[in-house]
Design a protein around this ligand. Structure first.
Ligand SMILES: Cc1ncc(COP(=O)(O)O)c(C=O)c1O
Length: 380
């Protein structure tokens, strides 16, 4: 990768020069322009007071439009929220479990999502966890087999957070559709590193955030709703920004907005939307398919280094199942991870699977060598 064209974007992330940043599956690097965008937000607040809202409110739709582009969603199908947990709570509050109580998902689910659905058991839901035979992968046939006419929702991850395994979303979505259940796709571990076409995947809903590969920081989560479903639900978890006429202050009932805005709650987190602008724009500029090509080459190199060092690989080798991260383990990995972070070789560790690293479009190939050399140095 001597003449890697994606490194042209690296200067937009000056902090990369002060560390080895292999943590984009958890926290994308901050673009320098995010500071300018936040300054613009602040300036509006300080100079225009209440009239800042004239600029701030359209930012909600602008952020949604940026996400629509990245996930290939039609215009007017994305609403911004602060995080995936909130999105899941909003969607759960749309459902009626009397006829169809079952909520089916993988046992390798990101825990926050499971917490939301387990809490729904107090409202009559019945969670069906599909076990993983190896603790790393999910058998799509097993998920499909658990989905039947009693199933209302199938909130699955596109890429399993712990191991970077890409699920067979289309297969699961087709099965869900055949029995009238809704797939809610958590794309947090794929958005910005794997090309996404939520329409083609055939899911009812999709969600994610901007913290990871989108380099947009916390607070800019998003929800996609399939166009024909938008008007079909009235979320109980709601607020005045979900109202057809928020500034009419009608009482006492909610009158839901016609479009996707009906899924909003209270006052949006405007600063986070400004903060997310630069990351979203850069990802769209670079293009996710080019990011994916580079990611596959870089993760192949990382896997070769894992093998060379004799570590246990816990993420997939096959390209078609490999997400943006490489996960590997050895005795004492948690302590080594802590020391790596102290030395500014940024990565993380998850119990049971080990150290997770993710190169991104701005990563230099030699940083992978530097990283593994540092692991070796710490191990002694
Ligand atoms: C797959 C997945 N879902 C959800 C989350 C986080 O959810 P929230 O946005 O509610 O913090 C993460 C990681 O932080 C994740 O990897």
């Amino acid at each position: 990768m001597a003449d890697d064209p994606l490194l042209a974007w690296r200067p937009r992330f000056p902090s990369l020069e002060k560390c080895v940043h292999l943590i984009s599956h958890s926290l994308g690097c901050v673009p320098a322009k995010a500071e300018e965008d936040l300054a613009e937000y602040f300036d509006l607040w300080s100079t225009r007071s209440i009239t800042a809202w004239d600029e701030w409110i359209p930012e909600v739709s602008r952020a949604a439009a940026r996400i629509e582009k990245i996930i290939s969603a039609p215009a007017g199908t994305v609403a911004m929220h602060q995080n995936v947990s909130t999105v899941m709570s909003v969607l759960a509050s749309c459902l009626d479990y009397r006829e169809r109580p079952r909520v089916v998902y993988e046992s390798l689910m990101f825990p926050t999502v499971s917490y939301v659905w387990k809490a729904e058991e107090r409202r009559g839901a019945e969670v069906v966890l599909v076990p993983s035979s190896d603790g790393k992968t999910v058998d799509a046939d097993a998920v499909c087999a658990a989905i039947d006419e009693r199933t209302i929702a199938v909130p699955i991850q596109h890429v399993v957070f712990g191991t970077g395994f890409i699920q067979d979303v289309k297969k699961i979505a087709a099965r869900a559709k055949a029995v009238g259940a809704h797939v809610i796709l958590d794309c947090y571990q794929s958005v910005g590193t794997i090309p996404l076409d939520v329409v083609d995947l055939g899911v009812s809903f999709a969600c994610g955030g901007s913290v990871k590969y989108l380099c947009g920081g916390p607070g800019a989560g998003w929800l996609y709703v399939r166009p024909d479903l938008i008007g079909q639900f009235e979320p109980r978890v709601t607020g005045w920004f979900g109202n057809a006429h928020p500034f009419a202050f009608t009482m006492p009932e909610q009158t839901y907005a016609e479009g996707v805005m009906r899924y909003l709650g209270g006052t949006p987190a405007i600063a986070a939307l400004y903060q997310s602008r630069a990351g979203h724009a850069i990802i769209a500029e670079v293009g996710v398919s080019r990011i994916r090509d580079k990611s596959l080459a870089m993760t192949a190199r990382a896997i070769a280094l894992v093998d060379e060092h004799g570590f246990t690989l816990n993420s997939p080798r096959e390209e078609s199942r490999r997400g943006g991260s490489v996960v590997f383990d050895f005795v004492g990995a948690a302590d080594v991870c802590r020391e790596l972070n102290r030395r500014r070789f940024f990565c993380d560790h998850r119990p049971g699977v080990g150290i997770r690293i993710a190169p991104h479009f701005y990563t230099k190939a030699e940083e992978l060598d530097l990283f593994f050399a540092e692991v070796q140095r710490i191990r002694g």
